[in-house]
Design a protein around this ligand. Sequence first.
Ligand SMILES: [Zn+2]
Ligand SMILES: [Zn+2]
Length: 418
Amino acid sequence: MTAADELLADLDAIEPWHLDLYQDLHRHPELSFQEHRTAGLVEDRLTELGYEVHTGIGGTGLVGVLRNGDGPVVLARADMDALPVREASGLPYASTAIATDASGHETPVMHACGHDMHVTCLLAAAQLLADHRSAWSGTVIALFQPAEELGTGARAMVEGGLAARIPRPDVALGQHVMGLPYDTVASRPGPALSAADSIRITLHGRGTHGSMPHFGIDPILLGSAVVMRLNAIVSRELAPGHFGVVTVGAFQSGSKSNVIPESTTLLLNLRAYDDRTRKQLRAAIERIVRAECEASGSPAPPEFDYTDPFPVTDNSPQVHDRVSAAFTEHFGDKAVLMEPSTGSEDFSDIPNGLGAPYLYWIWGGFDPDDYRRAAAEGTLASTIPGNHASTFAPVMEPTFRTGASAMTVALMSYLTSS
Ligand SMILES: [Zn+2]
Ligand SMILES: [Zn+2]
C-alpha cells in the first residue's frame, strides 16, 4: 500500500460532504472574476482544515498554504469560474442562476466546463493531506483561480502579487474534467494544450449606394477575399502535419441590400503548440489582410485587436515521468497517454510566472460503457456532451472519486519523495 493509498482509504468517509459541496457549487455558478461566493466557501473550508489562507489575489483568487516540515513545495491549482450558458442537463441540481455580465447584460450561468468539480476535488485532496500529516512532509499550496474562461485569471493572480504571498513552488499541478470515461486519467509530456489568440480585424471600405459601386470601395468583397486567403495559411504555409488552426468565427458587415457599407469586422481564432508557429500564423494573417486592403484601394489601414491570449500548456517531461508513474501504480491501465488537445488553458501562466515546472492532465466524467460504445461506433461527438455544452454533465460520484484520487496521488508523488 502506497502512502497515497493510505490517504485515499478515507475517501469514502469524506465523500458525502464533498458531493454536497459539489451540488451547491453547481447550483450557484459564478461568472469570471465574480467568484465571490465560491471563494468564500473555499476560504472557510481551507481555514477549517488548518491552512494559512491568503485571499483577494488577482480579484477573487485565493491560496491555502499547509507547511508540514522539510520537503518539496507543491502547488495544485483549480479554476472556479462558470460560463454564460443556460443549463439544459436536466440534473436535479441544475443551475437556474442569472448574473450580470461585464457589459451589463443579464445572462444565465452554468458550470458547463466542470470547474465546480475541480474545486471540489482539490478541496478533497487538501483535506486528505491535512488529516494525514504523518504520511508526508513538505509544503502544499492549494490555489483557486478566477476567470480561466477569459484566459486572464491566472495572469491576474501572478500580477496581483502571488509570488510574495506563497513559498516558491518546486512543481505545479493542474487537472481538467473532459470527455473521457470517468475511470480514466490521461497525461502527456510536452505540448498538451494549444496556445490561442482571438483577433478582431477591422477592414475599411468606402460606403455608397448599392447601384453605384464604382463610387465606393466594397468592404464585403474585400472581406470575402481576405477570408478565402486566410483559409489557405494552414494548408499552404505550415508544413504538412504541423499543427495550427486559423478560424474565421464571425464576418460582420452591412445592413441593407442597396447600401455598400463602410467597413467589415472579422473575428478570428488561432491555435498553435509553440510560440514560433503562433508568430508565423499572426504574421501570415497580418500580411494577407494588409495586402488585400492594398489590392482593394482601402482608404485606411486595417486594424488588428488581439484579445483572449492563452499560453501553450507544455508539460515538463520530468514531472510527467514522476506523476504518470504514480498514476499507473494507482489507476493501472486506466492511466493513459493523452492525445494533444486543440483546446487551451491559462494554467501555465502560474508556474511560468513563478518559475516552476508543471504537469496538467485530464480525467473523464462519463460512463465508460457509453463512452466505449460511442467511440467504437464513431458517434462520440453526438453521445458525449463536450465542455461548454448546455448538457455537459459529468457523472458526479465516480468523476469526483477519480479527480480527487488523481490530485492526491500526484501531490503525494512529490510529498513522499525524501
Ligand atoms: Zn472552459
Ligand atoms: Zn475549463
